[in-house]
Design a protein around this ligand. Structure first.
Ligand code: 1JT
Length: 253
């Protein structure tokens, strides 16, 4: 499905990462992939995970460092000469911001969360667009806390609301170049980010009981939706947020 397509994947930390599920789904379908990692401590992880993938590339990219962002896209241009899709699966907020009350969010935590989790999509889209010579597809990851209050999600909910809105504005700007921009709103997954979040176990059982499918979503299901969104199968879809949450978001009381 993705033969002759080149993708760039941001946000692999380990084998449980949503970004890694996206990498597996897209590479199994013929895509060539470039990966970025944030910080030296993740370099070895990403290099080991991707070592089996033919014609892959691994480059550092901390989105708060514009020079690193520029260098990452230059490396992709040099190796492949083009880009067809980009998967944005990065978010950060200081741990203290994801507990207690939203009203106590500090200026610093707010700005950091919004910069890394929301602004980076616009930043990366601007850098990617010139390489997407035959059009392209950009996919980002959101969460239900963007739309409804999820206790403890706090400033990340505000960042995800900005991310989903950015998805729509970017879709409008880049549509002229046949570049589509969509978000996946994934149900909670047991990733490195989710680890250490208080009461995660209670949240998984809450969803497992109430979601229409009576279970939690699997990373592979999010990866398969990303595969659909970066493929030509979704050529008429842009600016959308697609829930991949076993139906949890449709339930009222
Ligand atoms: C971040 C973290 C972004 C955890 C995240 C996230 N997006 C989803 N999760 C999992 C999650 C977390 C909470 C939650 C529901 C799901 C942690 C590091 C920063 C970025 O609330 C009930 C808190």
């Amino acid at each position: 499905m993705l033969e002759n397509k080149v993708g760039m994947i941001f946000g692999v930390a380990n084998k449980r990462s949503i970004a890694w599920a996206c990498a597996q789904a897209t590479s199994e379908n013929g895509a060539k992939l470039a990966f970025t990692y944030q910080g030296e401590r993740l370099k070895e992880n990403v290099e080991k995970l991707t070592s089996e993938l033919p014609e892959s590339l691994v480059v550092p990219c901390d989105v708060t460092n514009q020079a690193e962002v520029d260098a990452a896209f230059e490396a992709v241009e040099k190796k492949y000469g083009r880009l067809d899709f980009l998967i944005h699966s990065i978010a950060f907020a200081p741990r203290e911001a994801l507990e207690g009350e939203f009203v106590t969010t500090t200026r610093e935590a707010f700005l950091t969360a919004l910069e890394i989790s929301a602004f980076s999509l616009t930043q990366l889209s601007l850098a990617a667009a010139p390489l997407m010579k035959d059009g392209g597809s950009i996919v980002t990851m959101s969460y239900y806390g963007a739309e409804k209050v999820v206790r403890n999600y706090n400033v990340m909910g505000v960042a995800k609301a900005a991310l989903e809105s950015s998805t729509r504005y970017l879709a409008e700007d880049l549509g002229k170049q046949n570049i589509r921009v969509n978000a996946i709103s994934a149900g909670p997954l047991n990733t490195l980010s989710a680890r250490g979040v208080k009461n995660m176990g209670a949240m998984f059982s809450h969803i497992g009981e109430r979601a229409p499918l009576r279970r939690n979503v699997e990373a592979r299901e999010v990866g398969n939706t990303a595969l659909f969104l970066v493929s030509d199968m979704s050529s008429g879809i842009t600016g959308e947020t697609i829930y991949v949450d076993c139906g949890f978001n449709i339930i009222g009381i």
